[in-house]
Structures are given as C-alpha cells and as structure tokens.
Design a binder for this molecule. Structure first.
Ligand code: URA
Length: 238
C-alpha cells in the first residue's frame, strides 16, 4: 500500500497535507524518513511514525464508546456535537456508529467500518438482543412486564416484538432492565409511554455479545479486544 494512502485512511491529515509532510521528511517508515508519498508499506509489518506519533493501521476498526448524554449519534452534524467528535483523531476516516442512541441516552455504542457486521447487527430479521438499564417516572408493575412480553402497540403498523422487562425497584421512580430485539425510533421511551409512564434515564448495557465495559469512563472509547471482535463478528481469531 502507498504510504500516503495508509496515512490518509487512518485520518492522519488530508492527502495533500500528507504529501507535503512526507516530502519534508516528517514521516518515518521503520525509523527512516520516507521522502516519497508513493513509498510502498506493508500494514501491520512496517512501523509508521508521523511527526513523532506512531500510526497503527486497521483495515477493520472496532471501537466501543461509552456515549454520554448531550451528543448526537451521527457521523456529522452542522450544529450539534456528534459521537465522532469523541473519538481519537488518529483512526480510520470511514467509521460510523452501529445504530442510533438518542441524544439523551448513554451507554454502549459500537463504531466501526465493518459494514457487513453493522448490517447484521441492525437487521430486524436477526433479532439481536439489546439490553438497557432505565429509570422510569412511575411505578412499574408485573402488568407492564406482561404487556412487554406480549408486544406493545406504540403507534406503528405492527406491535413491538416481545421484550423482556425486569423490575429492579418498583417505586414512584422505578429502576428496570429491558431487553429488546428491534431498534425502532425512540422504542423504549415509546413502549413506556404506551403504559402511561416516562423514561427519565436510559443507558444501553449490551448489544449482542458486546457488553459495555464499566471501567470505560463516560465519553471515552477503546478498541474492542480480539475476543470481543471474534464474538461479535462470529469469526474465530487464529
Ligand atoms: N430506545 C429509546 O427510546 N432510545 C434509545 O436511545 C434507545 C432505545
């Protein structure tokens, strides 16, 4: 692969700026300044350092973000801060979030350029479990557990698929855990609204096999481990 392509895919700078940097000798390949943008490098083998910063290469990159409230799930937005603004600057330029969390929802968000995985995780036919913790303004009872088990009319063409609701604390403000297999717009909020209650806090805990790392501070991200990647992609590593 050409050196300028390698760096551009990893979002190091624009292609024209990169070419200048390389010509100025600011990019080293295995410790030696490379002078030509077309220098051939082998991702994963050659060590690339641009202006003193080591730039690893990922063909497929998988990041777990602990999304905070107040940022929108989008690749770009003219007015609002997006989840992409929370990622490190050196990372692939073609990443996007898998599915959407509302602006006020926190928790697990997978961000990747693996389009096939994204498609699989979001396909309604695949019924991938998504588990959330929520706090509800209202007393959640076994009646709601039953309704959610049966599917709820939230004003769409069809009722929701069965969802598993666990009551952690039933009070004027209740605490619950819920697992859904779809990803309809504002789904959990609308399910509780259909029961006459309001979600006041929502956090995604898991998606398929991927579980939010509770050690990961709010607003930060990390790469998935090899094990997490092989579990979520269903491909066993070597
Ligand atoms: N359901 C919602 O209502 N909001 C989310 O962000 C995710 C699921």
């Amino acid at each position: 692969m050409r050196l300028d392509k390698y760096l551009s895919e990893m979002n190091a700078a624009s292609r024209s700026v990169l070419k200048q940097m390389i010509r100025k000798g600011l990019v080293q390949v295995n410790g030696v300044p490379a002078k030509k943008p077309e220098t051939k490098v082998t991702p994963g083998v050659d060590e690339i350092v641009a202006e003193g910063i080591q730039i690893p290469y990922y063909e497929k990159e998988y990041l777990m973000l602990h999304k905070p409230a107040g940022v929108v799930t989008a690749t770009r937005d003219n007015r609002e801060k997006t989840v992409m603004d929370l990622l490190p600057p050196i990372r692939r330029g073609d990443l996007s979030p898998v599915g959407r969390l509302d602006k006020d929802t926190e928790g697990l968000l997978l961000i990747t350029n693996d389009g096939a995985l994204s498609h699989r995780l979001l396909s309604p036919k695949k019924h991938v479990d998504k588990t959330y913790y929520a706090e509800i303004d209202g007393r959640v009872t076994e009646e709601t557990v039953l309704h959610f088990q049966q599917g709820v009319d939230i004003g769409d063409e069809t009722p929701t698929a069965p969802a598993k609701l666990e009551i952690l604390e039933s009070d004027a403000r209740s605490r619950i855990r819920i697992t859904i297999t779809e990803g309809r717009y504002h789904q959990i909020k609308r399910m509780f609204e259909a029961e006459g209650m309001k979600v006041v806090y929502l956090k995604r805990l898991s998606m398929g096999t991927l579980v939010l790392d509770e050690e990961l501070p709010l607003g930060e991200c990390r790469h998935l481990t090899e094990e997490e990647i092989s579990q979520i992609t269903g491909v066993q590593g070597g």
